[in-house]
Design a protein around this ligand. Structure first.
Ligand code: A2P
Length: 354
């Protein structure tokens, strides 16, 4: 199929807002790899990168500057340029008739905005009339998506009373500039130069530090708060007690999370392993003899979330608690892939109603 097929008018025209960023570029490669059909692909970013090109299916596509007129003729706009850009431009895109899939946190908690992980709650999209009625769909926070991919199959099986999560988050979640600076710090270290920290504000290399989101008066950073609120919204269940601690580690693009669960009914580790082995989008990596468990290196650039270290929590009554360790690509399932999967669900629903 050509890079954009103008002859097929049933295919959507797509805009990527933030196309030069870490997630935007990943969206482009996911669209290419999954052969997502499109009539036109419009790459948008700030005036800083307008006129630059990005390769797509072997051809250079020129990046345009995001303006109020960027969405004319666009059916589907994938946003990943930060919350303030989404707040300003997503309503404009919708007013021009586009459906927005937004990767920022700007609209996630709005009652009228579906918050979707396709493997978990794509049924919520049933009320969403694409392409006839434009609107906004939110992509959840990356750490939330990665945790829920592994935990939801267990939640569905026995119910969860309490979930305690500690993250080990890659720098990709803070954007392309953070990734570039971590790489630069590694290069500078290797040649004995002082490390630059103009973007990240600190030494990331060989360090672990609190997540770079604002800290509220209660001491929680907003990444932690998002994990609680978004999980409740995605599950449609705010009775689950959730506590999160989110930190960054010097890893480029895959998050790890240690997850401690308290169940509503007993679930033993063998049953949990079996449930997870057949869960969509999840791969069990749990080799005790070989000391091989989920690692960010192995989770990078793949679609599945890896889950392992599945073991009883002996501090809880028999069968009532488990520990898990997960690793998932922040740029892929945590952001770009999930957004494109939402778009695929919209297309499937559209095809089913024609
Ligand atoms: P640009 O490259 O022109 O700055 P990341 O999350 O990796 O930092 O990427 C952020 C993305 O959002 C980039 O594509 C960036 O474009 C884009 N962006 C940031 N601010 C704006 C803006 N005001 N208008 C349009 N795009 C923006």
């Amino acid at each position: 199929m050509p890079q954009s097929d103008h002859s097929n008018h049933s295919f959507p025209s797509i805009a990527i807002v933030g196309a030069t960023g870490a997630v935007g570029r990943e969206m482009l490669s996911v669209i290419e790899q999954r052969r997502f059909p499109c009539r036109e692909l419009r790459l948008l970013a700030s005036s800083r990168s307008a006129g630059t090109t990005i390769e797509y299916r072997g051809q250079p596509l020129t990046v345009g500057e995001l303006t109020d007129d960027s969405f004319d003729g666009i059916d589907l706009a994938l946003f990943s340029a930060g919350g303030s850009v989404s707040k300003q431009y997503a309503p404009i895109a919708v007013a021009r008739g586009a459906t927005v899939i937004d990767n920022s946190s700007a609209f996630r908690m709005n009652d009228d905005v579906p918050l979707i992980v396709p493997e978990i709650n794509d049924d919520v999209l049933e009320d969403f009339d694409f392409p006839d009625k434009a609107g906004i769909i939110a992509n959840p926070n990356c750490s939330t998506i990665i945790a829920l991919m592994a935990v939801t199959p267990l939640y569905d099986a026995v119910g969860i009373e309490r979930m305690v999560i500690s993250t080990y988050q890659a720098v990709s979640g803070a954007g392309a500039a953070w990734m570039a600076e971590l790489e630069q710090q590694a290069r500078d270290f290797a040649i004995g130069q002082p490390l630059t920290s103009e973007v990240t504000g600190r030494q990331c290399l060989f360090n672990v530090f609190n997540h770079n989101s604002p800290i509220g008066e209660d001491g929680y950073n907003t990444e932690e708060t998002k994990m609680v609120k978004e999980t409740h919204k995605i599950w449609g269940d705010d009775t689950v007690a959730i506590s999160a601690t989110c930190v960054r580690v010097p890893v480029l693009r895959a998050h790890c999370e240690s997850i401690n669960l308290t169940f509503r009914k007993a679930l033993y580790e063998d049953e949990a392993r079996e449930i997870l082995a057949s869960a969509p989008g999840v791969r069990v990596v749990d080799d005790r003899a070989g000391n091989k468990f989920p690692e960010p290196i192995d989770a990078s650039s793949i679609d599945e979330v890896l889950v392992g270290r599945i073991r009883a929590d002996y501090s809880q009554p028999d069968g009532m608690g488990l520990n898990l360790f997960v690793a998932g690509d922040q740029l892929r399932k945590g952001a770009a892939l999930n957004a494109v999967q939402i778009a695929e669900k919209l297309m499937e629903r559209q095809a089913a109603t024609v």
